[in-house]
Design a protein around this ligand. Sequence first.
Ligand code: NAP
Ligand code: F7E
Length: 327
Amino acid sequence: MPRALITGITGQDGLYLSELLLAKGYEVFGLIRGQNNPKRDLVAAVAPEVKLLPGDLSDVAGLTRVLNVAVPDEVYNLGAISYVAYSWENASLTSDVTGKGVLNMLEATRQYAGDDIDRVKFYQASSSEMFGKVQQVPQSESTLLWPRSPYGVAKVFGHYMTINYRESYGMHASSGILFNHESPRRGPEFVTRKVTQAVARIKLGIQKEIVLGNLDAKRDWGFAGDYVEAMWRMLQQPEADDYVIATGETHSIRDLLNVAFESIGVEDWEPYVRQDPRFMRPAEVDLLIGDPSKAKAVLGWKPQVAFQELIQMMVENDLAEQSALVR
Ligand code: NAP
Ligand code: F7E
């Protein structure tokens, strides 16, 4: 039975990846932080077979202890402070967790592997935010990185550290440069879920408007369930490498509003949407669109869920969730 350790187990991707690995027959361990993490019950409900081990990405000694208990063949480093807007107000903390945390995890993994570096494979959750002020359209593995937020800068550090451990120590360490991926499990602070939750509440008559920031930014949005499959495929390759995981399509926040409101039968969403500078960012990433051709050619991976279907799925889920809350 192969063994995997996932950091960020309580997050959107951690939950989907746990389900995928359990279905493949893995024994799955998850790093969970805090003495009474409120998401412990969520993991237990979604994937009760996962064994939770306490630890924090900022504590190398704790990570080493967790690795020695889990004895993993594969390590998926998904833990991070992942909300871009939050990273400006908490730049130092974001650097410690999202940036230095990667180094901590790589080093703990190297020490755990000891003389036999081949005994473990490592996945790093890199991000399209690293492209920031994009230098090429679409963005591929060779596009110059130009991060625009403390989060993006921290991810660049983690990305290059992962490559450095591969090149310096021969570690099977791969980096997935994942573009935005969403689902009914997406945190409500991110724009897709903020919109689908609000649209459901408007339909049910319990909310009047949505307050948003920049409506013109464009993102390449895919389904999280498809993206965790790509993570697993990367670690099954004979050689470690870096891969862009994306749909190759881009949509604006306005497109998102069109699809979300259409799914509740509203054609004109303008009366329900208000813009507020509070949600504007000090520096915006205007356009992201990925070129996933390497992932397709090498991993045989392609996205299964299209943008429209994804947003409709999220609205339907939020309608059910919100109706249950008001009942
Ligand atoms: P998410 O839902 O925000 O989950 C983040 C996870 O990191 C949570 O489990 C959180 O635990 C954990 N975490 C935060 N601080 C930690 C710390 N100090 N020590 C250990 N764990 C900590 O993120 P996601 O959407 O699943 O994304 C997974 C990873 O992919 C992240 O690294 C993210 O930056 C990256 N990524 C995401 C996307 C996307 O579109 N979703 C795209 C590219 C890259 P708590 O529950 O305890 O807070
Ligand atoms: O913003 C605009 C905002 O917060 C998307 C993370 O998973 O993907 C995610 O980062 C866009 C931005 O995601 C609101 O200005 C407008 O242009 O949903 P988001 P993100 O910043 O792209 C990347 C790949 C990651 O790696 C990250 O971890 O939407 N926008 N109005 C808004 N965004 C939010 N959150 N809230 C608004 O009211």
